[in-house]
Design a protein around this ligand. Structure first.
Ligand SMILES: Cc1ncc(C[n+]2csc(CCOP(=O)(O)OP(=O)(O)O)c2C)c(N)n1
Length: 706
């Protein structure tokens, strides 16, 4: 062991025992052999996808031995096989994912292999978009901080550790995603305990790092972030990696701020099995990479320092091979998910927001108030009831500067929906976010995976689009893709819609049908103050992500005011409200078109046409049974919504009526909605574009007279 001591002097952190050194080597080897096995199985069509962690093993084992499973939080990249092995995920479990087995702990056969997830070790389910996970990690780190600061949360002691770390990794290519910069922004602004590992293998599929990053060196770019510990290392050198990970982890555990380790690694196996790197990487470059292979380097170190002999290494390799083969045989024989389970886990199996449990009586309190008041009071009451609720978004706080708070009335949202919440519940639970919508939703996802209840605001529906990736690929899919082991129930409140006389193309948008196309999210769209209170409470108390659409034009109308229905008033989702009785024509509608439909129905009465008006109240789920029962009665139906007719949600309802109720129809289903243009600024243009009462009246008349 003398030689080991000699090299230990060269490696300041080589304080590992022989057994530990061998364990490091074994873990790297196991990772590589698992990749090799999967590649073989893919060649035999026994698995359906493979992406390897080859070349990244040294820095990942170093991360694994530094971090604490089931204590720290993990958001690993798809290259992180060696880290996941090191923290406890077994080869068998990994191969269960590869074969898509029913009992694969990462996803139950729903997500590709190497998209890690394991509740036992705090490894949160990973998706495929490069970069989204970075915001989840920030949210998860924030959750730990919130648990530490909000003593009212009853079970908080079991939910965080004072010195916990949230680990997140990504490739150098993924650092080009805006979400990476949004995440760094928040992590540094809030001094969050996040450890970013950038695994820089020089290529994002075929795109070299110098095309990706100015100067080809991401750590150089991020050194200016205040409070960020930055280290740049050779990630194929285990000892350099261990030193860097230990220093970074110590910095984060000591709550000095976030840390970023930039590790240069290699990628010897092409991007994935669908890629052939020989197409863009010259032979000399590939040979130079091979000389830096972390496993070869480490075994060379072990041998040259007399830690192991060639025979011992060969025996270890054989043992690893045996372990991998046994795990593969077992995984190949494992039960596959049944076809009948395909629809499981889109929504929570535990809480059904359509159930009668959410059908509670209103206990009206005081004089009628606007929808703004109703929502504000509901938020206040729910936050008092559940200390896990956190509210954040752009301008939602009363005043971010604490010293200003006693001196001012407070902002509380551009529409005042969150006014007074910060004053009541403090700035750990109510705070402004940077102007970055993906960050708002992505952080919410991370917090919700740790069982906080984010109720976030996107300031205008027109600006929800930067968050679309987080909504569509993360928030709505987390439960499904993880086989119900992870979920992110949260509420996104969004002011929506037009009729503002001057709102223009970017303050008037509708588009609920776009989100209705995303399985996993519920969509509420109230038209009255009382419904807003009841539906928002259901949204908050249910176990699914909810998009809560608040029509700006309805916020302060008099016709939809109502008495606050009390602290426990909930309305089940999927239950429409008949706003007006009628026998000849049914108008199915929601949002701002409810009032316009009522006015149209009143006018139609003059022509002796009796039109019923049904307010859906929720779009997902929508109340098909009630629609059907009225269509069977009136045999004539108009669907009226503010969104464009083209691909509007009315198209879905019309198709279903045509498909399932054809025999009951005495007239074609008519749709009323906006023209297929953006909403223009001049009020005359706006009026021409958005559907008016007169349009609905015409549709009612045409349908009645058909
Ligand atoms: C948002 C998004 N865009 C594109 C892709 C397709 N894609 C998958 S991996 C990848 C390259 C990622 O490169 P890098 O982050 O450097 O990681 P590496 O694969 O090199 O480890 C691309 C473009 C994706 N998964 N997600």
């Amino acid at each position: 062991m003398k030689a080991v001591l000699k090299d230990r002097e060269a490696h300041a952190f080589a304080d590992l025992s022989r057994d530990q050194l061998l364990a490091v080597h074994r873990c790297m080897l196991l990772s590589r052999k698992l990749d090799d096995k999967e590649i073989q199985l893919k060649g035999q069509s026994q698995i359906f996808f493979q992406i390897s962690g080859a070349g990244h093993e040294a820095v990942l084992v170093a991360a694994g031995v530094t971090l604490k499973p089931a204590y720290d939080w993990f958001f690993p990249y798809y290259r992180d096989r060696a880290l996941c092995l090191q923290i406890g995920i077994t080869p068998y479990e990994m191969l269960l994912a590869a074969v898509g087995a029913k009992d694969d702990p990462a996803s139950g056969g729903r997500q590709m292999p190497s998209h890690w997830g394991h509740p036992k070790y705090n490894v949160v389910s990973g998706s495929s978009p490069t970069g989204t996970q970075v915001l989840h990690a920030v949210g998860a780190a924030e959750a730990g901080v919130i648990y530490s600061r909000v003593p009212q949360i009853p079970d908080r002691a079991s939910r965080y550790h004072d010195d916990e770390i949230t680990y997140v990794s990504l490739g150098e290519g993924a650092t080009s995603e805006g979400e990476f910069w949004e995440a760094l922004n928040v992590a540094c602004t809030k001094h969050l305990p996040v450890l970013f590992l950038i695994e820089d293998n020089g290529y994002a599929i075929s795109v070299p790092v110098e095309v990706q990053t100015p100067g080809g060196d991401i750590s150089r770019l991020v050194r200016g972030f205040p409070g960020l510990h930055v280290d740049s290392i050779d990630g194929t050198d285990f000892f350099d990696s261990l030193r860097a990970m230990r220093e970074a982890a110590a910095y984060v555990r000591a709550r000095k701020g976030p840390a970023l380790v930039h590790a240069r690694v290699i990628r010897p196996y092409s991007h994935s099995l669908s890629d052939d790197e020989k197409l863009y990487k010259p032979t000399a470059e590939r040979e130079a990479e091979a000389r830096r292979d972390p496993i070869a380097r480490f075994s060379e170190f072990l041998k040259s320092n007399g830690v192991v002999t060639d025979d011992e290494l060969a025996a270890m390799a054989a043992d690893v091979e045996r372990e991998v083969n046994e795990a593969a045989t077992k995984a190949l024989a494992a039960a596959k998910p049944s076809k009948s389970s395909a629809e499981l886990w889109v929504y929570s199996p535990d809480v059904d927001p359509t159930s009668t449990a959410f059908d509670t009586p209103a206990r009206p309190e005081g004089k009628p108030d606007t929808m703004v008041e109703a929502i504000n009071r509901t938020l206040k009451d729910e936050m008092a009831r559940d200390p896990r609720i956190v509210v954040f978004g752009e301008d939602v706080a009363d005043a971010s500067k604490r010293e200003a708070l006693p001196l001012v009335k407070g902002k509380g949202g551009v529409f005042k929906l969150t006014h007074g919440l910060q004053r009541l519940y403090g700035d750990d639970r109510v705070f402004n976010s940077p102007l970055a919508e993906a960050s708002i939703v992505g952080r919410g996802v991370g917090m919700a995976t740790r069982k906080l209840k984010p109720v976030v605001e996107i300031q205008f529906f027109d600006y929800i689009w930067p968050a679309m990736m987080q909504i569509r690929d993360e928030m709505t899919m987390m439960r499904y893709r993880s086989g119900n082991t992870w979920s992110c129930p949260m509420v996104i409140r969004v002011p929506i819609g037009g009729y503002l006389r001057g709102g223009g193309p970017y303050h008037s948008q509708s588009g609920e049908s776009i989100f209705a196309h995303c399985p996993g999210v519920r969509i509420a769209y109230p038209s009255t103050a009382v419904d807003a209170a009841g539906l928002l409470r259901t949204a908050i108390r249910c176990d699914d992500p909810v998009l809560f659409l608040e029509h700006k034009h309805l916020y302060r109308q008099t016709y939809n005011k109502g008495e606050y229905p009390g602290k426990d008033f909930t309305i089940p989702f999927g239950r429409a409200s008949l706003r007006r009785e009628g026998d000849h024509v049914l108008v199915v509608t929601w949002g701002a078109l409810v009032q316009r439909s009522l006015l149209a129905a009143q006018q139609a009465e003059k022509d002796h046409i009796s039109a019923a008006v049904l307010d859906l109240r929720t779009i997902v789920p929508y109340d098909w049974d009630t629609i059907a029962s009225h269509v069977k009665r009136t045999n004539r139906v108009v669907i009226a919504h503010e969104d464009q007719v083209m691909c509007g949600f009315g198209g879905e309802i019309a198709a279903r009526i045509a498909g399932e109720l054809f025999e009951h129809l005495d007239a074609p289903v008519r749709r009323v909605g906006a023209r297929n243009t953006p909403v223009a600024y001049h009020p005359d243009l706006e009026e021409a574009i958005l559907p008016q009462s007169s349009d609905i009246l015409k549709a009612i008349r045409d349908t009645a007279r058909y």
